[in-house]
Design a protein around this ligand. Structure first.
Ligand code: RUQ
Ligand code: CUA
Length: 652
């Protein structure tokens, strides 16, 4: 396929050369060239973007924030990975965020962000994202753009069909990609079939403060649960998951999991299961998983180990779970804005399978089953099929919607986005991507109300798009204008990590609510230094606690003596600024962690273990005023057996 891509590219290149020189402002056949299109993405200095785009960081473990249409990156939000830029995962306050049942896990692989919804529309309160490797879900505040909560998922492995939310953010849902023994135990791998389980986790979200709670897990047959999306509108109350490896192979899956002509989309009536568990149904099972919560008042996270999970055997809840046969190892599982169409993107096929929710209900009503799998009824393919999109592309992965009756599907192998019409299934347009596109994103594209102005294609291969940077290239995103009948490629920009999915939202929903400072008067951190007179240094055995304040352009105190080799020195530092965008940093020579970047009104703590006697400097890392270079101090470190008294000062 690469060859095809390059010949298309070469052709386009020729078009570029010829139209580029003599075309003065007229629309050229290659969208990216016309000055009209340049204007479409140009956000002049001082102006702001129309949309926020939150792109998953993939193997960076984080979430990056971009503006659309400019493609400018605004922030990287640390989620599952330690982040020295701010001290996340290094500061004493944030280390608990990365606690798991496996201990401290300072990295993950984040795939699918999803923004909270009310009545099926984006409400912009929180964004959720999955950790794929050590199964976790994070909740990030869209007021502070900080990670506020991480919950681990027991009985799960490869948390891929995650983290998608229901239309009133009742649940954030996560299906396991790998089935595993539940509970985990020592057993031969080749006894997988019939013995492993696939857990689908329903994590409730508190409507007031967003707090997460693992409400129940459905113990499904041992397939791979790849992707999922909620029903909406008429199908609200249902959730749909693609499966592959219904063969339950445990080795050489590229061959052995591609035997069945059809795998399934699992349709889960979660309202029914919720009712069942609310009436005392389900089995409590011992478990061990971390629940980490960051408290904005104390600026501190706590980690609690939970010991129990409620599991549900789907065969015990009649009418709650069905299988919809779907060709051919389906990947993406996307639901249109009306909630009627469920699209299975069969990655080994050229056609897209669209199921109808109405037809599914009718088939269930008529009890028209085609056997069962592990006690779960299988519906007949013909009975649930709404239509097939004869796409002409290869390797369909993901579909999004523009809210105007059109759907857009990415094709990994043929490297293109294909636009087609819901209901008639006809292909309307296709545009190449450069190269090998994975997900795509329309702001609100997986809600009842998409904002169908742009689609962003997230490509896996960058090759010749940008100046080379050695063997490793950032991935590329491509922006298409979708306001007309035909899509137009208007921009191309690099992204950070590996964006799998992304979520977009109009700036006007988020920007006005964005927090500017933390109020010092509301700082409840137990180690905060709220007045400069409270600044002090205290010794408890070999632990020394420095209570420090910072304001332009000094630390209080800035001279500390009486520290000894072998001490463990905790700096608890409070930023006394109350102006927007005036953080201070703190860096200590030889510290085995990172700096701290402390926001106005916030307290953060860093531990430092001095190894050598001497007089050691610390300084502010953020250029905060004309006297930033003066914002510095010294710690005197004496031998372990010295009897120099603890003392501290400023300006003496
Ligand atoms: S997916 S490999 Cu979202 Cu297409 Cu993860
Ligand atoms: Cu504070 Cu530089």
């Amino acid at each position: 396929m690469k060859k095809i891509n390059y010949s298309i590219l070469a052709l386009l290149g020729l078009v570029m050369v010829f139209t580029g020189c003599n075309d003065s402002g007229k629309k050229s056949s290659n969208g990216a060239l016309s000055s009209n299109n340049a204007e479409k993405v140009y956000v002049a200095p001082g102006e702001q973007d129309e949309f926020y785009a939150f792109m998953s960081g993939g193997y960076s473990g984080n979430l990056t924030v971009y503006g659309l249409p400019s493609g400018r990156m605004f922030k990287e939000i640390p989620v599952f990975s330690q982040f020295p830029t701010s001290g996340y995962g290094y500061s004493e306050e944030t280390k608990p965020m990365l606690n798991t049942s496996f201990g401290f896990v300072p990295w993950d692989d984040s795939h699918h962000p999803d923004i909270s919804q009310t009545n099926g529309e984006l409400d912009g309160r929180w964004i959720f994202i999955n950790g794929n490797n050590t199964p976790r879900i994070a909740r990030i505040s869209l007021k502070t753009f900080e990670t506020e909560e991480i919950i681990e998922l027991p009985n799960s492995a490869g948390n891929h069909s995650s983290s998608f939310i229901t239309e009133n953010t009742e649940y954030v849902v996560a299906g396991t990609r790998f089935s595993v023994p539940v509970p985990q135990r020592d057993m031969p791998i080749n006894e997988y079939k019939g013995n492993f389980k696939g857990a689908l986790s329903f994590v409730s979200v508190d409507p007031e403060d967003g707090r997460l709670d693992l409400k129940f897990q459905i113990m499904m047959p041992g397939f791979n649960y790849d992707l999922s999306h909620p029903g909406r509108g008429k199908s609200h109350g249902w959730f749909f998951f693609t499966t592959y490896n219904t063969e339950e192979a445990n080795s050489l899956l590229e061959v052995n999991a591609s035997q069945n002509d059809k795998d399934f989309i699992a349709a889960i009536n979660w309202k029914k299961i919720e009712e069942y568990v609310n009436n005392g149904g389900g089995t409590k099972m011992p478990a061990n998983y971390a629940h980490n919560v960051y408290d904005e008042g104390t600026h501190t996270a706590t980690s609690t180990m939970k010991k129990e999970v409620l599991t549900v055997d789907p065969t015990k809840v009649p009418g709650a779970v069905y299988f919809l046969p779907t060709p051919k190892s389906p990947h993406g599982c996307d639901v249109d804005p009306s909630g009627n169409y469920i699209i299975g993107n069969g990655k080994l096929s050229a056609d897209l399978t669209v199921h109808s929710f109405d037809r599914m209900l009718a088939a269930i009503e008529g009890k028209k089953f085609d056997g069962e799998a592990y006690g779960i009824p299988i519906l007949k393919f013909e009975d649930v099929l709404a239509g097939t999109v004869k796409s002409g592309g290869l390797g369909p992965l993901h579909t999004e919607f523009d809210g105007k009756g059109n759907a857009y599907t990415t094709f990994f192998i043929s490297s293109e986005v294909v636009k087609w019409k819901l209901g008639t299934w006809e292909v309307i347009d296709r545009k190449p991507t450069y190269y090998s596109v994975g997900h795509l994103m329309i702001p609100g594209g997986n809600s009842a109300k998409p904002f169908g102005k742009y689609v962003v294609a997230m490509n896996k291969i960058t090759k010749d798009r940008y100046l080379p940077t050695g063997p490793e290239l950032e991935h590329s995103a491509q922006l298409y204008d979708i306001t007309g009948d035909k899509m137009e490629l208007i921009y191309d920009f690099p992204t950070h990590g590996e964006p799998h999915y992304a979520a977009g939202i109009p700036a006007e929903i988020l920007a006005p609510k964005s927090q500017k400072i933390y109020k010092l008067a509301e700082n409840k951190h137990p180690m905060a230094t709220l007045g400069v007179n409270d600044a002090r240094v205290e010794r408890k055995g070999n632990e020394v606690h420095v209570y420090m304040a910072m304001i332009r352009s000094h630390f209080t105190p800035d001279n500390i003596e009486g520290i000894k080799v072998g001490d463990k020195v905790y700096f608890h530092i409070t930023n006394h600024e109350q102006d927007f965008d005036v953080p201070h940093g703190f860096a200590m020579i030889g510290a085995n962690n990172s700096e701290l970047l402390i926001m106005p009104g916030q307290t953060k703590s860093l531990v430092w273990e001095p190894k050598e006697v001497g007089v050691w400097p610390f300084y502010c890392t953020d250029f905060c005023s004309a006297l930033h270079q003066e914002m510095q101090g010294y710690v005197r470190v004496s031998p372990a057996n010295s009897n120099i008294d603890l003392s501290w000062s400023l300006g003496e």
